[in-house]
Design a protein around this ligand. Structure first.
Ligand code: ATP
Length: 648
């Protein structure tokens, strides 16, 4: 055994010395001569092929390098190169020049050697691989082995590459050029998800990845869509990171509201790489798609030109039109806090293949979080957490936040229990609000986009009867205490006057984040604008309609138009105001007519006196033109009279 090894070693040394010391021309000649009498076939793979990069050569660098790093037998190479590339997660190996390796393919030895030669005239290093195998395997090499190398090299690269994160701010600007490394540590192991949902997602991803042939067979583009929905902090972004880490797919995060046309969207999609995840977060509020099907520039009903954006049809085409065929292994993910606000066309099967609901924290989710954060699988306090968590709605993010506060399990769990108890009492106080107007009443008043008969009746009544107290908007003093809303306001992060907080909460809970699409980016500016909205609602609530001046309402309307010009979604308030103004117009007219009437009664009396003085009836008008009313005046007098009569 020992002697045969030393013979093999000597042969290897002789061969490499031959390669190193015998000039290339002579080597080629001798090799060519020996091949004539050999049963072996040789295939040469050069670095460049027909003037361009040879992908097979690059695949061999990866494939043979990976094989060489695992081979420790005598068939392995004598010298290896090793390095760490920025785009790779691991060390990568390669054959050093004049090294050889034998790869076993279905029991057939495939003998590889790597050579280099420096061309001093061109100052260029030629590099190539040579494969030697028995002649009878020529078909196997051509049809199976070489394609296998291409596929395996791709797999090895895909497994080891660093996941990148790309983002964009505008369409034509394209994606951030190199992307940044996605260092998100979330994996399916650390992601807390209920029951077998996690398993189902993993299986779905696996069958998608393995499904290339299947997709080809059924004539479907190799892509998959997921809709992730659920309250804030339930793990939608974490699930995306876990998917990207699991598949080693790059993430392309697209803020649709920053893309200003369908063609810009096309441009972005065409410039995404394969094996990537396109993420459209908060799809319900990143863009108003429903009414934007006709074109990029859609004037709204106030004759204002809205900022050009992507249309619904543009987005649909991007997801499953011809455009979607321009890539392979693509995943598209929509996230939303409000599934019901998404156009059904976007959700149908084939576009969004799997709808995944991320729920508030359950006991099972909590246990996974406790294992992650505290290395804790059982504890006496778990039963207490289990009882509380059934009764309150807290997100995994909230629970994770509490568990992170202390590394001591007991202190951490006690902190969490305290937090859950506070949440529970907050929820109770919301269920039984103080006397007077309740939050949902404000909501329902603000909700109705059109005045129904009851509204009109109430409006008329409140205009006629100042003391009825039955106005459309109730006094703000009666609204729930701000404390009851503090948590959700904190989540939205807007900072506004304390007195407006309940109003903002009511607005956000009904209409969602109306500032989500706002063209102003800082929270401070958005908060100031939201404060204006709250101010208008407050005035409407606190003032009897009869005391509101038309002028004041019109000035509110123009403020709302300004707010809409910075993309604040206050259409609901504009419509309400318009209705109020329209309903108030007859009242205003009535006031004018009253004034008109009393003026004309004076006129009529005056004319009567003049007629008596002239000793003539009202139809025989005085000759004196200065005292005779003009035809216009007569007509006015009659029409006033008829109007006055009508009013009296
Ligand atoms: N299911 C979960 N498993 C593990 N950690 C979680 C989970 N959900 C939330 N977290 C923790 O809470 C943080 C915030 O969660 P994440 O951003 O994923 O929620 P989200 O649903 O995307 O929220 P939003 O709707 O506000 O964007 C995460 O960084 C993670 O630490």
């Amino acid at each position: 055994m020992g002697s045969s090894l030393s013979v093999l070693a000597s042969i290897a040394i002789l061969r490499s010395s031959f390669n190193e010391f015998v000039p290339q021309e002579l080597r080629s000649y001798l090799l060519e001569f020996s091949r004539r009498f050999s049963s072996e076939h040789t295939v040469v793979v050069k670095e460049s092929h027909e003037g361009s990069t040879n992908h097979l050569f690059n695949a061999l660098v990866t494939y043979l390098g990976s094989n060489a790093s695992c081979t420790s037998s005598a068939s392995g190479p004598r010298r290896l190169t090793v390095g760490k590339n920025e785009s790779m997660k691991v060390l990568t190996y390669g054959l050093d020049r004049n090294s050889e390796i034998v790869d076993d393919f279905h029991g057939v030895p495939m003998k590889w050697a790597y050579y280099t030669d420096f061309n001093s005239a061109l100052h260029y290093e030629l590099r190539w691989y040579e494969l030697r195998f028995h002649k009878r395997y020529i078909d196997m090499v051509k049809n199976k082995y070489l394609p296998y190398i291409l596929e395996m090299a791709k797999k090895i690269k895909d497994q080891n590459r660093v996941v990148k994160f790309f983002t964009t701010r505008g369409g034509r600007d394209g994606w951030s050029s190199k992307g940044i490394n996605l260092d998100h540590p979330m994996t399916f192991k650390t992601l807390a998800m209920d029951g077998d949902l996690k398993q189902k997602v993993v299986e779905d991803l696996n069958s998608f990845i393995r499904g290339k042939e299947y997709y080809k067979k059924i004539g479907k583009v190799w892509k998959r869509g997921y809709l992730l929905y659920g309250p804030p902090g339930t793990g939608k972004s974490s699930l995306i990171a876990a998917m990207a880490n699991f598949l080693n797919f790059d993430i392309y995060n697209l803020n649709l509201s920053a893309v200003n046309s369908d063609s810009s969207l096309e441009y972005l999609l065409l410039h995404m790489s394969n094996r990537s995840i396109l993420v459209l977060e908060d799809i319900d509020c990143s863009i108003m798609l429903q009414n934007r099907q006709a074109g990029d520039h859609q004037p709204d009903n106030n004759n204002q030109i809205s900022r050009p954006q992507v249309t619904l049809s543009g987005l649909l085409n991007a997801i499953d039109g011809l455009l979607s065929c321009c890539g392979d292994e693509r995943i598209i993910i929509f996230t939303t806090n409000y599934k019901d606000r998404i156009d059904p066309a976007l959700l149908r099967a084939g576009r969004m293949d799997m709808h995944i609901y991320l729920s508030y924290c359950t006991f099972s989710t909590f246990k996974q979080l406790a294992a992650n954060y505290l290395d804790l699988w059982e504890h006496d306090l778990f039963s207490c957490v289990e009882e509380l968590i059934k009764e309150v709605e807290v997100s995994p993010a909230d629970v994770a936040g509490e568990l992170m506060k202390n590394t001591d399990p007991m202190t951490s769990l006690e902190g969490l229990i305290k937090f859950l108890e506070i949440k529970k009492s907050e929820a109770k106080s919301l269920e039984s609000p103080p006397l007077g107007l309740q939050g949902h009443e404000i909501k329902s008043e603000l909700d109705s986009n059109s005045l129904n008969e009851k509204d009109k009746h109430q409006l008329r009544k409140s205009c006629k009867n100042p003391d009825s107290g039955d106005s459309t908007f109730q006094n703000q003093k009666e609204v729930k205490s701000p404390a009851a809303y503090s948590t959700s306001l904190k989540e939205k992060e807007y900072t506004i006057k304390a007195e407006f907080q309940p109003i903002l909460e009511a607005i956000l809970s009904k209409h969602g984040d109306i500032a989500a699409n706002c063209s102003l980016h800082s929270l401070q500016c958005r908060s100031s604008f939201l404060e204006i909205v709250c101010g208008i609602v407050h005035t409407l609530q606190a003032t009897e309609i009869k005391n509101l001046q038309l002028l004041e309402l019109k000035s509110m309307l123009s403020s709302i138009r300004d707010l809409e010009s910075v993309e604040l979604e206050v259409g609901w308030l504009r419509q309400k105001l318009n209705k109020i103004i329209q309903a108030m117009l007859p009242v205003e007219q009535c006031d004018t007519l009253q004034e008109f009437k009393s003026e004309n009664i004076q006129d009529i009396k005056e004319m009567g006196r003049k007629a008596e003085a002239c000793n003539a009836d009202t139809l025989t008008l005085p000759k004196d033109t200065e005292t005779i009313p003009s035809t216009d005046a007569k007509l006015r007098c009659f029409s006033h009279k008829s109007l006055v009569d009508g009013l009296l």
